[in-house]
Every structure is written in C-alpha cells, then in structure tokens.
Design a protein around this ligand. Structure first.
Ligand SMILES: [Zn+2]
Ligand SMILES: [Zn+2]
Length: 162
C-alpha cells in the first residue's frame, strides 16, 4: 500500500491505497446516487486502490492536430470545441486516480472557474483542490457529466509506502 504526500510540504493527502497495473474500464452508469445524494456515475476506482492514467487530463485544451483522426478530448473521450475548432486535452499526463472517499477533505481552490460543472465540478478546468500549504495538488470530478474520481497532479505529489 502507498500514500500520497504533497511534494512541497510533505502533508499526507490520501488513505493507504494499492496501485493497480492500469486504469480500470470506465464503469457503466448504475443509477445509484453519490454519497451526498447527487446524480453521479460509479466511481472510476474502487475504494483502497489507485491507478496512473497515461492519458492527458482536462485543461488546458489545444486545437486538435489537423491531419490526425479526431477521437475526442482524449482517445475515446467526449468532443469539445471552441472558436479555434476541435480541441484535445493538453492537461497533465500520469495523474494518480483515486476513489474520492479515499481522499480526506482538501482546500477549495479560490478560482471558482475551476469548480464549474452542472451539479458538481467536472474536473476539466485544472486543479481545483489545494494542499493546506497552497500547492495545487488535485482535480476533483464529481458531476453527472464527468467521471467520479479524484486525480492528483504528478508533479505536485509523491508516493511513499504506507
Ligand atoms: Zn503541501
Ligand atoms: Zn450534473
């Protein structure tokens, strides 16, 4: 088992979690409410586990390469566009993905833009949780339109044996 610590100050950020070999398949919608009664998809990871996602996640978004076949913001992902045309994610790769309930309460990012979503943050607008020291450590996604997961930015954390 491992725990994640803030790389800047050493603050403990997670419960002990066991690393999986890869990202689990996207879970099918089960219609069950989230812990606060919200409309949420099932959590991306099971309690007590984590995985490293090699794909880029969330903001910033950049125009999709012209000659490449477009397959959403990430491969197999949803489509996104703005005045520049179709977009792909240029967000952090290798985020550590956990079940949100394996992450004790973190500090809300003061930038309200980063919490945008329909009934919860969609996790597409950059890090939205801070370590108590102020470091931008995590991206919480908990919306009916998003996955249900807490991701840690790899440059902002380190893993140590629990
Ligand atoms: Zn810290
Ligand atoms: Zn919603």
């Amino acid at each position: 088992m491992d725990i994640l610590l803030c790389a800047a100050c050493g603050h403990r950020l997670t419960e002990p979690v066991r690393r999986l070999d890869g990202m689990p398949e996207f879970p099918d919608w089960d219609g069950l409410p989230g812990p606060d009664g919200q409309r949420l998809p099932p959590a991306r990871l099971s309690r007590g586990t984590y995985a490293v996602d090699p794909l880029p996640h969330g903001a910033p978004f950049v125009p999709a390469p012209k000659d490449e076949e477009y397959d959403g913001v990430v491969p197999g992902g949803k489509w996104m566009s703005d005045e520049r045309g179709l977009l792909v994610s240029a967000g952090p790769r290798d985020t550590y993905v956990l079940h949100p309930l394996d992450v004790p309460e973190l500090v809300f990012h003061p930038d309200s833009w980063r919490h945008i979503g329909c009934c919860g943050p969609d996790g597409e607008h950059g890090a939205n949780r801070l370590c108590p020291c102020g470091a931008e450590v995590a991206i919480v996604a908990a919306d009916c339109t998003s996955e249900y997961a807490t991701r840690f930015v790899p440059d902002a954390v380190r893993t140590v044996p629990a």
